[in-house]
Design a protein around this ligand. Structure first.
Ligand code: ADP
Ligand code: MG
Length: 465
């Protein structure tokens, strides 16, 4: 492809995407548009797949579960070649583990080369993650005090090594330290171990490892998140080790987070392990119910201040969420976000039932838990039919219609293919399934009562599952 055609293609893509955005605004309204669509960018089309860039995982999940079908529909009207949509998350980089994009779009070689600007990585701190909005409980008390102590008196524990499983607040604490120290004139670098490796490998390619060394060995504070990602890569381990040693020798502060204790790091050299344990090692445990609830309450308050609008989520729902999510604060907060967002969009106070549905929706998105058999059972019950009639070849309307509804819902609520669905209906052909889906859609569009009926069944399936 020549450069001109490539540019031409990008132009087309941007144009098409903004047209799709406008259409979405028309059908969903300004609120939805502003909350979910406006900031999404179209990046490229490759192998018939359109890549959209979003800012957070949450936004991606929301779009996938609510608007993706429509987006694809609209886009195909402008560009038939596109058959799929995929998402890339360009998040503020700190909490994505395995997201290539985050790495690639980070510093260019020139940033590394600019050794005067050793503080550049402080820009990557998330200013929202502070000590003051970190809720302390038994499970994170030690880590919290150690972190505070270090940010008050550099070198008090060196290195400070904080470990715990995902979503428990390690990145939050590390950012809190960084944000605290940013107020001083200390030179800080905060980055994930993955980035550290990326920078290093890049500096090898660019033949300017010396500059890399200068940058990293001349800071007052190095904060390295998710160090488990360094294990295994020999050269980077070496480089890390030297950097680490020279920092400690210069009495610079090193703060590290990891998903396991230094001893449990496999494939990492013993001398590094023992160095890592040389200061203070503290862990964060899963939060108890009281802490989970308090974190949820605080998050509601923050949202209120941020949006200047009351958050309409009652305690009953908060208790429900706190009981469902025991192992990851991140997942728990994700669900709260969803409920808040949906209450904003629909402009109503969510009931516990709404909350459960939203949660179901989330879980169903992650794993298809509803089976065709579940759907068949519920439909048969709903219409009060014997299963044998329902699955027979009889075509009388009072049996055929429920059967079509069940096929339609099987397509909607499971990830099964059309032929798969056909097979579950006593070996019917996929064209029969297509016909059923079309029929139900037509009827729903023409008949409000029928539409309500189908939605009612759909809700019942979601709830019972
Ligand atoms: P980790 O790095 O351990 O995977 P994070 O620091 O990214 O976890 O935390 C996940 C989410 O939970 C973040 O939004 C963070 O702000 C929030 N969080 C975790 N612990 C607390 C806490 N004690 N108080 C308030 N928010 C918390
Ligand atoms: Mg983290």
């Amino acid at each position: 492809m020549t450069i001109t055609t490539a540019l031409q293609n990008t132009d087309d893509l941007k144009k098409n995407w903004s047209e799709v955005q406008i259409k979405l605004k028309e059908i969903y309204g300004l609120d939805v548009y502003k909350s979910w669509i406006q900031n999404v960018e179209a990046k490229e089309i490759k192998h018939n797949s359109l890549t959209l860039v979003v800012k957070t995982r949450f936004v991606r999940d929301w779009i996938v579960s609510h608007y993706a079908d429509k987006i694809l529909d609209f886009f195909q009207k402008l560009d038939k070649s596109v058959t799929r949509i995929q998402f890339e998350i360009h998040e503020s980089f700190y909490n994505e583990k395995s997201n290539q994009t985050n790495i690639v779009d980070f510093a260019t070689g020139s940033q590394i080369a600019d050794s005067k600007d050793a503080g550049y990585a402080t820009n990557r701190l998330d200013h929202r993650l502070t000590f003051s909005n970190f809720v302390v409980g038994e499970s994170n008390q030690l880590a919290f005090s150690a972190a505070k102590r270090v940010s008050e008196t550099l070198g008090h524990y060196n290195p400070l090594f904080i470990y715990g499983s995902v979503g428990l607040g390690k990145t939050h604490i590390l950012n809190a330290i960084g944000n605290e120290l940013k107020k001083t004139d200390k030179k800080i670098i905060y980055l994930s171990a993955e980035r550290f490796m990326y920078q290093f490998v890049k500096s090898i390619k660019n033949k300017d490892t010396q500059k890399f060394k200068d940058v990293f060995r001349n800071v007052d504070v190095l904060i390295l998140d998710d160090i488990q990602f360094i294990s295994g890569k020999e050269v980077t381990q070496e480089e890390f080790f030297y950097t680490f040693n020279s920092l400690i020798e210069n009495q610079s502060q090193v703060i590290i987070s990891c998903d396991r204790s230094p001893n449990d790091l496999d494939r990492i050299q013993d001398r590094i392990k023992s160095r890592l344990s040389g200061g203070l090692v503290v862990d964060i445990q899963p939060p108890d119910i009281a802490l989970r609830l308090q974190i949820l309450k605080n998050r509601c308050k923050t949202e209120e201040t941020y949006f200047g609008k009351e958050v309409l989520v009652n305690d009953e729902i908060l208790v429900f969420i706190a009981n469902e999510f025991k192992s990851s604060i991140r997942d728990m907060l994700g669900v709260l976000n969803r409920i808040i967002a949906s209450s904003r969009i629909q402009n109503k106070v969510p009931t516990l039932q709404d909350a459960k549905l939203i949660l179901k929706d989330l879980i169903n998105n992650m794993q298809s838990v509803i089976t065709i058999e579940d759907i068949q059972k519920l439909v048969v019950n709903y219409y009060n039919l014997p299963m044998s009639d329902f699955l027979s070849s009889r075509r009388s309307r009072h049996i055929a219609r429920p059967r079509q509804v069940a096929m339609y819902l099987s397509k909607k609520l499971t990830t099964k293919s059309l032929p798969d669905i056909g097979r579950k209906f006593t070996g019917r052909d996929h064209t029969t399934v297509i016909h059923a889906i079309k029929k139900v859609e037509e009827l729903m569009a023409a008949d409000k009562k029928f539409e309500y009926e189908v939605q009612d069944i759909s809700n019942k399936i979601l709830k019972s599952n």
